[in-house]
Design a protein around this ligand. Structure first.
Ligand SMILES: Nc1ncnc2c1ncn2[C@@H]1O[C@H](COP(=O)(O)OP(=O)(O)O)[C@@H](O)[C@H]1O
Ligand SMILES: [Mg+2]
Length: 274
């Protein structure tokens, strides 16, 4: 299962992605959490301690690695030339930092942009990582992305099973959804779902759900506004460690169940279960 979390800046992507990762990890799934936000801070919501976080070296900022992996030779196949995808299968075991609950974290770091339709090596390596990272049946990949998937160029999320868009009640956040959905369609990613975050009341919920219904995007979770999450952030703790019984964490738990339900047809273990 490969899952990407996206949405406007500040909507709660990192909070939700990190908490989801650990909740899935507790189900016995090995989770590779990938932080693709240039201001990487997913480690905080996963609950990796600051000392371990200090040792993180964002993958795309290791120049030698990027050069070595993306400088792949052209190969000839049936009269045409192709560039091989950079090798990525060993990156997680070499560079991921271990966190709690079966979660390990790989920090991608900043993609050096080269303008429109960026073919820069770091973007190529990130795409390859997403598209060609092989997962076993009991593994999952969760990526926390900054606002625009378009920032990374087309094809970045092609290898994803599900794009989870975090929205909050408000037009600025909801309108990013249209762009994201358009892009997802362009790359043939059909599973786009939304979670509403920071929902205060029934009216908030209804605004979001009407908007989503008009765009035919399923709303698969609702996370209430919860001060405990802010306090967790202020005390530099993961929500799951600071306020495991808070209403927001409980809602993320329900979100996890909905995601597994939604992806049931993809998950081999679902059939062999009860
Ligand atoms: N449901 C919520 N209720 C209250 N505060 C929240 C909620 N979700 C997120 N926050 C707070 O909002 C801030 C931004 O969240 P974050 O997950 O970093 O957003 P993003 O990754 O989308 O930029 C953090 O301080 C976080 O604790
Ligand atoms: Mg974030």
């Amino acid at each position: 299962m490969k899952l990407a979390v996206t949405g406007k800046g500040g909507v709660g992507k990192t909070t939700i992605a990190g908490t989801l990762a650990r909740l899935l990890g507790r189900d016995g799934i090995r989770i590779l959490a990938v932080d693709a936000d240039p201001n990487y801070n997913l480690w905080t919501s996963v609950g990796i301690d600051a000392a371990a976080a200090q040792t993180i070296k964002p993958l795309l900022e290791i120049e030698e690695l990027v050069r070595e992996r993306t400088d792949t030779p052209l190969v000839e196949l049936m009269g045409s030339f192709f560039r091989l995808n950079p090798r990525v299968d060993d990156l997680a075991s070499k560079y991921a930092v271990e966190g709690p609950d079966n979660v390990s974290l790989l920090v991608a770091g900043t993609v050096n942009m080269g303008g429109q339709g960026c073919m820069c090596p770091s973007a190529a390596l990130l795409k390859s990582l997403i598209n060609h990272l092989a997962l076993e049946g009991d593994e999952a990949f969760i990526m926390d992305m900054d606002a625009g998937i378009e920032n990374l160029g087309r094809g970045t999320t092609r290898g994803m099973d599900l794009l989870l868009v975090v929205v909050e009640p408000g037009m600025r956040s909801l309108e990013t959804l249209d762009r994201i959905k358009g892009l997802a369609e362009d790359i043939g990613l059909s599973r786009v779902v939304a979670v509403a975050n920071r929902v205060m009341d029934e009216e908030d919920r209804s605004v979001v759900s009407k908007y989503l219904a008009s765009r035919e995007i399923p709303l698969i979770g609702v996370v209430p506004y919860d001060n405990e999450l802010r306090r967790a952030d202020m005390s530099s703790q993961a929500p799951l460690d600071y306020c495991p019984d808070s209403s927001a964490v409980r809602a993320i738990h329900d979100l996890k169940t909905s995601i597994l339900d939604y992806l049931r047809d993809l998950l081999p273990s679902a059939e062999s279960g009860s």
